[in-house]
Design a protein around this ligand. Structure first.
Ligand code: FEC
Length: 317
C-alpha cells in the first residue's frame, strides 16, 4: 500500500520566506511590505512547527498501517489475524508550497516503482482553494512521468466519527477550564477562502459547518458559532465572519468566556500560533473576554487512526 500524505508546508529558514510566499502567490513575488509583514509574523511565533508535525504524521501513519500482531503464544491470545492486510505500506510526504514539494514526492514514488497510491491531505474539508489545488499539483507532476501512478483520492473527511471524537476530546479539556461552561460561547474556526470560490459552489463552508455541528452535538453544547480566520492579504472579499469580528459581536451579546477550536487545521502552525494565539487573543483581551483555545490534533494517535481508516477504505482491493 502506498500513500501520498500532503500538507501546506512552511519555510525552514527566514531566507526561504520569500520564495515560499511567491509560490503561494502562484509565482508573483510579494511586495516588500507584504514580505516584511509575513516575516514579522514568523518572527513573532519563533517558528512554525508544520513541517515537523507533517513528518511525524507520516511516520506514525506508516507505522500504524504496518502494525502486525506481536508473536505472543497462541495459548494466551488465540489466533491473531495479521495486520497490514494490504502488504507493507509506504507513506510519502508532499507539501503544497515548500519542500518536499508534491512534485518531488510524486517523482520519488515513481522512482521507487509505485504505480498505485492513495492521496490524502492533512485537512478535513474540500475547497477549490485547497484540496483542488493539491490535486492540480499532483496532476501536473504526473504529466512529467513516463508511466502514470493511479491515485485514489480522499477528498474530504469532515464528518468522520473518529475525527469528531478527537476534536470533541480536545474541546472537552477546555470546557473543564471554563468558569461557566453553560454561559460560554463555543467558536469553531477554519481558514477563510475568497467569496468568489463560495459563489462557484465550493462545498467548504457547508463541510466546516458540518464538523462544527457534529462536535457540538457530541458535547451537547448549548449553542455554537463558526468563524473564519487568516483571510489572505488580497483586495477581494473573503469568507466571514472573521474571528476577531465575531469576538466583538460576542462581547456585545454579553459573553464573558469564549472557547475556540480550529477545526480546519489538524496541525499547529503560523495560522494557529499567530492568528489565534496572538491576534485573536489580543482582541479578546482588549474586549475583556476570556479566550481559551483547544489544543490541536497534530500527530496524536487518535488523528493518525482516522487517516489510517480513510486510507485503508480508499485502497483499491
Ligand atoms: O505554518 C505555516 O507556515 C503555514 C501556515 C498555513 C496553512 C494554511 C492553510 C490554508 N490556506 C488556505 C487558503 C489560502 C489562500 C491564500 C492563502 C495564503 C496564505 C499565506 C500564508 C498562508 N496562507 Fe493559506 N495557510 C498557511 C499560510 N491561503 C503565509 C500568504 C500570506 C497571507 O495571505 O496571509 C491566498 C493565496 C493567494 O494569494 O492567491 C486562498 C486554506 C488552508 C487550509 C487547508 C490546508 O491546510 O491546505 C484553505 C496551514
Amino acid at each position: 500500500m502506498n500513500v501520498l500524505l500532503m500538507a501546506y508546508g512552511t519555510p525552514y529558514a527566514p531566507e526561504e520566506v520569500e520564495p515560499y510566499y511567491t509560490d503561494i502567490r502562484r509565482g508573483r513575488r510579494p511586495s516588500e511590505e507584504l514580505l516584511k509583514e509575513l516575516a514579522e509574523r514568523y518572527e513573532a511565533i519563533g517558528k512554525s512547527p508544520l513541517n515537523e508535525i507533517t513528518l511525524a504524521q507520516a511516520v506514525r501513519l506508516q507505522a500504524l498501517l504496518n502494525l502486525e500482531a506481536p508473536p505472543y503464544p497462541k495459548r494466551l491470545l488465540g489466533p491473531f489475524p495479521p495486520r497490514a492486510p494490504h502488504g507493507p505500506a509506504r507513506v510519502y510526504v508532499g507539501t503544497k508550497h515548500w519542500h518536499p514539494s508534491i512534485g518531488e514526492a510524486v517523482a520519488a514514488m515513481h522512482e521507487d516503482g509505485v504505480r498505485r497510491a492513495v492521496a490524502i491531505v492533512a485537512a478535513p474539508h474540500y475547497s477549490l482553494r485547497s484540496v483542488a489545488e493539491y490535486r492540480e499539483k499532483v496532476d501536473s507532476a504526473l504529466k512529467a512521468l513516463p508511466e502514470p501512478i493511479d491515485f485514489v483520492w480522499v477528498e474530504s473527511y469532515e464528518a468522520h466519527p473518529g475525527l469528531i471524537a478527537a476534536y470533541a476530546r480536545r474541546l472537552e479539556e477546555v470546557i473543564w477550564r471554563l468558569k461557566n461552561p453553560g454561559k460560554a460561547a463555543y467558536v469553531f474556526t477554519a481558514h477563510s477562502i475568497p467569496v468568489a470560490a463560495v459563489e462557484k459552489g465550493d462545498p467548504y463552508p457547508r463541510q466546516v459547518e458540518k464538523t462544527a455541528e457534529l462536535i457540538a452535538k457530541r458535547l451537547a453544547l448549548p449553542r455554537f458559532y463558526v468563524a473564519y480566520q487568516s483571510a489572505g492579504r488580497t483586495p477581494e472579499p473573503w469568507l466571514g465572519p472573521d474571528i476577531n469580528e465575531l469576538l466583538r459581536t460576542l462581547k456585545e451579546e454579553g459573553y464573558e468566556e469564549v472557547a475556540v477550536q480550529a477545526v480546519g487545521f489538524p496541525a499547529d502552525h503560523l495560522e494557529v500560533f499567530y492568528d489565534l494565539d496572538l491576534e485573536a487573543q489580543a482582541t479578546a483581551r482588549e474586549l475583556g473576554l476570556r479566550l481559551l483555545r483547544a489544543r490541536s490534533l497534530n500527530a496524536d494517535l487518535d488523528y493518525i487512526q482516522v487517516l489510517k481508516d480513510l486510507v485503508e477504505a480508499a485502497w483499491p482491493r
